[in-house]
Design a protein around this ligand. Sequence first.
Ligand code: FMN
Length: 185
Amino acid sequence: MNKITRKPTTVLYPVPAVMVSCGTGDAANIITLAWVGTLCSKPPLIGLGVRPSRHSHGLIRQAGEFVVNLPSAKHAKWLDYCGVVSGRDENKWAGCGFTKVKGTAVDVPFIAECPVNIECRLDQTLSLGVHDLFIGEVLAVQVDESVLDDRGKIDFEKAKPFAYLNGEYRQIGELLGTYGYSKKG
Ligand SMILES: Cc1cc2nc3c(=O)[nH]c(=O)nc-3n(C[C@H](O)[C@H](O)[C@H](O)COP(=O)(O)O)c2cc1C
């Protein structure tokens, strides 16, 4: 073992890379986020780390709602675009050619082209430092039929998820096992 000590940063990888839709009507926007995680199962809570300088920060606070849109590999370029351009300067919906669909539980539109859309109501906001933590309760989940298997489960061969690893987008590949497989004969 020969470890090299580095300065403390959030090197954690892989992390999700998602497109969060926020705001309503013509003001609706999309922001790419990687500081995102599941925080609790009951109630179902998702956390987003968002810098107050982002245009989307105010939209999430104002509407008190957001939608976490999970992309497929084919959306990687658009996900990157939504993370380098501000909604203050460009209409990202038009830029990506994405279709707005009104949520079933929230007024914020979701991205029709993404296979999974998680509709959330803002529950708490914590100021952590350069990022604020938005904690949202999941109110509804939309799943595109085209990514389901015959038992109604998400088929990841079809959904083609990808992750963010310290600046790189990488598609998730080989199946290593399934939950609890280590204890099964
Ligand atoms: C892969 C990727 C991940 C990002 N993750 C975050 C994040 O977790 N939190 C954040 O505040 N900004 C993050 N950003 C930066 C914002 O997406 C970017 O500043 C965006 O232009 C803000 O858009 P807006 O001004 O329309 O809100 C990320 C960008 C990329 C490309």
